[in-house]
Design a protein around this ligand. Sequence first.
Ligand SMILES: NC(=O)c1ccc[n+]([C@@H]2O[C@H](COP(=O)([O-])OP(=O)(O)OC[C@H]3O[C@@H](n4cnc5c(N)ncnc54)[C@H](OP(=O)(O)O)[C@@H]3O)[C@@H](O)[C@H]2O)c1
Length: 260
Amino acid sequence: MKDYTLGFIGAGRVTKIMLDGFKRAGTFPRQVVATDLKQETLDALKTRFPSIDTVLNDNQKPCAQDLVFLALHPPAIGAVLDGIRPFVSPNTILVSLAPKISIEKISERLGGFKRIVRLLPNAPSIVNAGFNPTTFSPAFALDEKQDILSLFRVLGECPEVKEETIEAYAITTAMGPTYLWFQLDELQKLGETYGLASNDLQSGLKHMVIGAAKTMFESGLSASEVMDLIPVKPLGEDEAGIRSLYKTKLDALLNKLKAS
Ligand SMILES: NC(=O)c1ccc[n+]([C@@H]2O[C@H](COP(=O)([O-])OP(=O)(O)OC[C@H]3O[C@@H](n4cnc5c(N)ncnc54)[C@H](OP(=O)(O)O)[C@@H]3O)[C@@H](O)[C@H]2O)c1
């Protein structure tokens, strides 16, 4: 794997997730520089990863690294792009982690800069089990794409996808854990009150989720055949309401992400 140095503009959740993933895999980059608007956010990151450099509200140093991650929410990105325009060198690889703002728009804002990647990370990257769709501008040769993807693959699966699918992946896979985690938390808490040992229950729930996904997608059965495998469904009468909630909320969010 190529020995890239990394810059992060924004030192919040996704920066922590990615750095934790590299650390856990034993492939922590030799140089990481992160900036953020708040000193306390930088201090928390530095405490967790002592080898990194942090700089308060200074985008120039992260931009001097090989890969520069825009780890910012979309509303903050426009002004940051305007500010970093003088610091982006012809060799920089700019990686946007935002679920919106196209490569074309980023390029325009940077005066025609072309070496842009969009990576949509998801939180299980923290345990190297992410599903992180990636899309490249046409500026990258195949071997360079492979080098970049081999860095990202430390965090999990990184399929190369068409850019126009990124928003849909944001809602289904990137935000997907938020639909499941609270349910797992509730099952864990309830199971413990039923007398199950915490570790045994964690292991059971983990196997259950993996097994349920494999059955849904690898059994060769249709979705309705899979769901008919268990006739007793304690939440069955609420399913229609939950499905409708998914549709209403996720459709609205997709429209919001697609709107420029
Ligand atoms: N978390 C995930 O699982 C996930 C998954 C997929 C994609 N993403 C994307 O990753 C991006 C970052 O998300 P996040 O979850 O890491 O958000 P976050 O935890 O809120 O982190 C963003 C950080 O950037 C800081 N910031 C804002 N403006 C800045 C500026 N001009 N210069 C430097 N730092 C600035 C924020 O400071 P303040 O809090 O003071 O504003 C905050 O500390 C978003 O586009 C998000 O959609 C996240």
